[in-house]
Design a protein around this ligand. Structure first.
Ligand code: ADP
Ligand code: MN
Ligand code: MN
Ligand code: MN
Length: 347
């Protein structure tokens, strides 16, 4: 049977990569497994990943999903490799730490945009101020097509086997959120990128674009920005935890504040102002149920003896989930390492 394989990768644009994809038709007996998918190539000089005189880059399939919108088709998430098979410098997936027992929940916020403004904005000026849009219903709050788009996106994600956990209308008009849960940094982040891809592709037919900028309406107006709150838990956090370990973890996060902000998405200073349910970018704070803190501790976490998951509210909607998840694991591992050293010295 002829299969359509959509090879998807991240280009070399900075500070944020774009999704790129192209279709490969292959003859296969049955639905292919990841291992059966061939390495492919593309012209890196057109994606800021190579010079024109030596332009080939390689596409290494790393995850595969059924493509719900096309017949006999698969979505193939790829890493970009140099011709010698080593990771391309733009390949943020290849080098991050991974651990299937570290779980991530990404809350991806975004704006639907049409004609250069959020969907539902009047041609000039602004709609009614924020207040009723969040989780709102009715034409005056969500307009006429947004609901259809987000509903179709749910079905596309579920049929592709993506672990979508929910969606909701957000605080600004035209702003929405979807949540993805995954085990392991690479798996969770692969699914975020594929969910973004499916949303972008779906919206082509509506003449609608997705604006992932963290503060698309600027800082001078009272309109929310977009985040990508990152919820995380390790096996140790879920099963052992404890207040002492939690404090050590937060000390490490405080210590590494700048390294985290560096990968939490560009233009975050516009969004992390301390207003609109955000923390200030140059401080690290945490608090129970505190939506103005860098890290929000769910009530259940304290009630369960400092066990469970935490929510880092700083990553933004433009952030690369590979780099974000990788950075979080790196900081958590530094705590594990230093406590092991302390134990060894004590013995
Ligand atoms: P809120 O909007 O109140 O911050 P959401 O329901 O939008 O909360 O998002 C909560 C996220 O937390 C979900 O993506 C969910 O998958 C994630 N989550 C729940 N439990 C865990 C866990 N143990 N480890 C990591 N993430 C988790
Ligand atoms: Mn949410
Ligand atoms: Mn939200
Ligand atoms: Mn949240």
């Amino acid at each position: 049977m002829k299969f359509k394989l959509e090879y998807i990768w991240l280009d070399g644009y900075e500070p944020v990569p774009n999704l790129r994809s192209k279709t490969k038709i292959v003859s296969l007996e049955a639905t292919p497994a990841l291992e059966q998918l061939p390495v492919w190539n593309f012209d890196g000089s057109s994606t800021r990943q190579a010079e024109g005189h030596n332009s080939d880059c390689l596409l290494q399939p790393v995850a595969v999903f059924p493509d719900p919108a096309r017949k006999n088709a698969m979505l193939v998430m790829c890493e970009v490799l140099l011709p010698d098979g080593t990771p391309h410098p733009s390949n943020s997936r290849a080098t991050i730490p991974d651990d299937p027992d570290t779980w991530f929940g990404f809350e991806q916020e975004y704006f639907l945009y049409k004609g250069g403004a959020p969907l539902g904005f009047p041609e000039a000026g602004f709609p009614a101020p924020q207040g009723e849009y969040y989780t709102g219903v009715g034409f005056k709050n969500v307009g006429d097509v947004a609901r259809q788009i987000v509903d179709e996106h749910i079905d596309l994600c579920l049929e592709a086997g993506i672990n979508l956990e929910g969606i909701n209308a957000e605080v600004a008009k035209g702003q929405w959120e979807f949540q993805i849960f995954g085990r392991g940094s690479k798996r969770a982040a692969d699914e975020v990128w594929i969910a973004r891809y499916l949303l972008l592709r779906l919206c082509e037919q509506y003449g609608v674009d997705i604006n992932f900028h963290p503060k698309p309406l600027g800082t001078e107006h009272d309109w929310n920005g977009s985040g990508m709150h990152t919820n995380f838990s390790t096996k140790h956090m879920r099963e052992i935890g404890g207040e002492e370990y939690f404090e050590a973890l937060m000390a490490a996060f405080a210590e590494e504040r700048e390294q985290h902000i560096a990968v939490y998405g560009p233009d975050n200073h516009m969004r992390l102002t301390g207003l609109h349910e955000t923390a200030a970018i140059d401080e690290f704070t945490y608090g129970v149920a505190d939506r103005g803190a860098s890290i929000r501790i769910p009530h259940s976490f304290v009630a369960d003896g400092y066990r469970g998951y935490l929510e880092d509210r700083r990553p933004n909607s433009l952030g690369d989930p590979y780099s974000i998840a990788g950075r979080i694991i790196q900081t958590i591992e530094s705590v594990t390492a230093s406590s092991l050293i302390a134990e060894a010295i004590a013995v």
